[in-house]
Design a binder for this molecule. Structure first.
Ligand SMILES: C[S@@+](CC[C@H](N)C(=O)[O-])C[C@H]1O[C@@H](n2cnc3c(N)ncnc32)[C@H](O)[C@@H]1O
Length: 313
């Protein structure tokens, strides 16, 4: 009887102040992003983000914001999207849609819609409270440099001798989408924040793009590289990043679409003062669209080994 669901009040304040929403706002602020920035990066409007941070709006806005912020939940189970996670969680707990409808006060139709990525933020939060009351924000993935503030830690420049191996293997760098005036990287085009460039906004155009991104935002940049490569904007993209292999994205997407070179030994990056810094973590070079010849030339020059795309095996 659909009528009985109409007695539920639309969005109460307790839904709006769900911890997920507070954490989402905190994640945006930690990155130093304005609501407008998040809107741009998630393909929505500043008004939609303003509403989202009050627990109002569509579940698709929530998903898009979570993707842009690389905001994940633990305590809910696997799934590529929040909608998928909610469905998997319900199935794992052997709760029928009808039973969940009763417990959340939502209609079965709404629950079906949420599980397909539709519905409202308020509905998602209601379902989350019943299915995964302990779900919380997964700690952001980070590779820490010991000292300095975030800007300082994110400005570690590729050493020139490593760049020589890159030029030898892949040729001229057409674009460095996260460049810095003090970096020794030689590229035909550089996106520099201070000059109004934004590698997370501007298209990556060129035959070969080299990326040594801010490590505090590693996954965002790898996702961006993957997207730009898939769009056909760049034929080959090489990303030098910490060898972090624990994300689902690493296993599901990078494993399938990228060739990954695990470096033996550690590079010494240059800091803003021009000093070299020991790297406190292992590194990998992630390549989208690399040729066999490029990979062979690189391996001849730099100690390590390739993990080739799974489809090449
Ligand atoms: C690890 S450094 C690497 C610099 C240079 N690519 C290299 O390899 O020597 C990363 C740089 O990205 C810059 N950056 C951060 N966010 C950016 C953005 N959205 N667009 C362009 N550059 C950005 C930071 O200023 C930082 O200096």
């Amino acid at each position: 009887m659909p009528g009985r669901f109409l007695t539920i009040s639309p969005v109460s304040d307790s839904w709006r102040h769900h911890i997920l929403i507070d954490d989402l706002r905190a994640a945006r602020q930690e990155k130093g992003w304005l609501q407008r920035t998040l809107a741009e990066r998630s393909g929505t409007s500043a008004q939609a983000i303003f509403r989202l941070e009050r627990g109002i709006g569509s579940a698709s806005t929530l998903e898009a914001a979570m993707q842009a912020l690389d905001f994940r939940l633990t305590g809910i189970g696997p799934g590529k999207s929040l909608a998928g996670q909610l469905r998997n969680r319900r199935l794992k707990r052997k709760i029928t849609i009808e039973a969940l409808a009763k417990r959340t006060g939502l209609s079965p139709t709404t629950i079906r819609s949420v599980e397909l990525g539709g519905g409202s933020v308020a509905s998602v939060l209601r379902i989350l409270r019943i299915l995964a009351p302990k779900a919380k924000r997964r700690a952001p993935e980070r590779a820490y440099w010991g000292q300095g503030d975030k800007d300082d830690r994110d400005s570690r420049f590729t050493p020139p001798d490593f760049m020589d191996s890159i030029y030898d293997a892949f040729g001229r760098v057409d674009l460095d989408p996260c460049a810095h005036p003090s970096s020794p990287v030689i590229a035909s085009e550089k996106y520099i924040l201070a000059n109004g460039g934004d590698g997370l906004r501007d298209a990556w155009l060129g035959e070969f793009v080299y990326v040594n991104p801010p490590f505090s935002d590693q996954l965002t940049w790898l996702r961006r590289a993957h997207e730009q490569w898939q769009l056909g904007n760049a034929a080959t993209i090489a990303c030098l990043v910490p060898a972090r292999t624990d994300s689902a994205w690493f296993h599901e997407t990078l494993r399938a679409d990228a060739d990954i070179y695990f470096l033996q030994g550690r590079l010494r990056f240059l800091d803003l003062r021009g000093d070299t810094q020991a790297t406190p973590f292992s590194l990998m070079l992630v390549i989208f669209g690399g040729t066999r010849e490029q990979k062979e030339r690189f391996a001849n020059d730099v100690p390590g080994f390739w993990m080739d795309r799974s489809e090449e095996r």
